[in-house]
Design a binder for this molecule. Structure first.
Ligand code: NDP
Length: 333
C-alpha cells in the first residue's frame, strides 16, 4: 500500500505553547509532521533542528516567511505568536498559499478576524482556529446535549475559565493590552466559547464588568465578568481571571443539570450529569487530536471543525464586553 501522505506543518513563534505542547503533540499525530519553523530567536534554531530533525531549508524568520510559498515541504503554517500579531502572520501565511492554523484568541478585533478570513478565502486555503476544546470528546457531548436537550430546556450556564497567576514582567505581551494580554482575551474566550457551545445558540446581548485594580496588572484586566443573554431566555454567567482560579462549565436545565470540571485543561476534562452519568471519555492528547482533525479536513477536502467565523464570533463578544464595561451598559449584539 502507498504510505498515507502526511501534511508538513511549520510552527510560527517558538514560545511556550509551541515548545511544550504543539511540537510534542505533532510527534503523536497520524496526519501531520513538524517540518518547518519560523522564529525571531536565532538561538532556538539549533535546539529545534536537533530535536525535531528540521532541515536548514525549512528554517525561516519573520522577515522571509513569505518565501514558504516556494517550499513544497510545508502544507500548513500554524500561527503561535502573541495574539496582537495573529492577523499579520496569518495573512502572510495565506498569501504564501499555505493552509492556516491560527491560535486562540483569533485576533484583536472583528475587522482583523475578517481580514484573516478574507486572505484565506482569496488564496483558497483552509483556516482553523486553535480551539482545542471543540476536539475534546466530553466537550463534544456537551455540544450534543445543546441539540438533543436530554434534561429539558436550558436555563442558566455557568462558565469559568481562570487561573490564579502572579502576573508576568511588564514587558511580557500577556501584560500588554495592544498585544492581547489580560484575562478577557487570553482566558475569556474559553468561557465565552464554552457558553456558546453549551447553549448551541448565539447570544443576543452582553453585559460585562472588568477589574483593573490589581497592582500587578496595570494595563490589562485581571478579571472580567460577563452575562450573555441567549434566545429562549437562557442566561450565561461567565467569569475569567488571571488572579483567581476556576475551571468549569455547568448547564442548568428544566429537568436536571450537567457540568464539566475542569472544562479547559490540557488533560482530564471530565464531568457528570444530575442523574449520575459520567462524562469521562479519554483522549490521549488534545492538540494531536485537533491537528489530526484539521489535517484530515485538508486531506479530504471537508469542512474544518473550527473555522475563522467561529473565532470571530467570540472576538465580537470580547469587543462588546469591553464596550459594555466602558459605557456601563448592556450591549446588543
Ligand atoms: P509565549 O510568549 O511563550 O511565546 C510567543 C512566541 O511568539 C515567542 O516566544 C516568540 O517566538 C514569538 N514572538 C514573535 N513576536 C513576538 C513579540 N513581539 N513578542 C513576544 N513574542 C513574539 O506565548 P505562548 O506560546 O504562551 O502563546 C502564543 C499564542 O498561543 C497566543 O496566541 C496564545 O493565546 C496561544 N496559546 C494557546 C493555548 C491553547 O491552549 N490553545 C495555550 C497557550 C497559548 P520566537 O522567539 O520563536 O520568535
Amino acid at each position: 500500500a502507498t504510505p498515507k501522505r502526511k501534511l508538513g506543518v511549520a510552527l510560527v513563534g517558538l514560545g511556550y505553547y509551541s515548545r511544550d505542547l504543539l511540537a510534542p503533540a505533532l510527534q503523536l499525530t497520524e496526519h501531520c509532521e513538524l517540518r518547518g519553523i519560523v522564529t525571531g530567536s536565532p538561538e532556538k534554531i539549533p535546539v529545534w533542528q536537533e530535536k525535531y530533525g528540521i532541515k536548514d531549508a525549512n528554517v525561516y524568520h519573520y522577515g522571509n516567511m513569505h518565501r514558504l510559498a516556494n517550499n513544497p515541504d510545508i502544507d500548513v503554517i500554524y500561527i503561535v505568536v502573541p495574539t496582537g500579531l495573529h492577523m499579520k502572520y496569518s495573512v502572510i501565511a495565506a498569501n504564501a498559499g499555505k493552509h492556516v492554523w491560527c491560535e486562540k484568541p483569533m485576533a484583536m478585533s472583528v475587522q482583523e478576524c475578517q481580514t484573516i478570513i478574507d486572505a484565506c478565502r482569496k488564496n483558497k486555503v483552509k483556516l482553523s482556529v486553535g480551539y482545542r476544546m471543540q476536539h475534546e470528546p466530553n466537550t463534544q457531548t456537551i455540544m450534543q446535549y445543546a441539540q438533543s436537550r436530554p434534561y429539558g430546556a436550558l436555563q442558566t450556564i455557568d462558565a469559568v475559565a481562570a487561573y490564579a497567576g502572579n502576573g508576568l514582567p511588564a514587558d511580557n505581551w500577556r501584560m500588554q493590552a495592544d498585544m492581547g494580554g489580560g484575562a478577557l482575551y487570553d482566558m475569556g474566550v474559553y468561557a465565552i466559547n464554552g457558553a456558546r457551545y453549551a447553549a448551541g445558540l448565539e447570544p443576543v446581548a452582553v453585559t460585562a464588568t472588568r477589574d483593573f485594580s490589581h497592582p500587578k496588572f496595570e494595563e490589562v484586566d485581571n478579571t472580567t465578568r460577563l452575562t450573555l443573554e441567549f434566545p429562549e431566555g437562557i442566561i450565561a454567567n461567565c467569569r475569567t481571571s488571571v488572579v483567581e482560579s476556576g475551571n468549569r462549565l455547568r448547564v442548568n436545565c428544566a429537568d436536571g443539570w450537567y457540568r464539566l470540571a475542569p472544562m479547559q485543561s490540557y488533560n482530564g476534562v471530565q464531568g457528570e450529569t444530575s442523574d449520575g452519568k459520567k462524562l469521562d471519555k479519554f483522549i490521549a492528547n488534545q492538540q494531536a487530536a485537533q491537528m489530526d482533525n484539521d489535517a484530515q479536513a485538508i486531506l479530504n477536502g471537508t469542512a474544518v471543525k473550527v473555522p475563522g467565523e467561529e473565532g470571530m464570533r467570540d472576538i465580537a463578544i470580547v469587543r462588546a464586553a469591553i464596550e459594555s464595561d466602558k459605557k456601563g451598559e448592556r450591549i446588543v449584539l
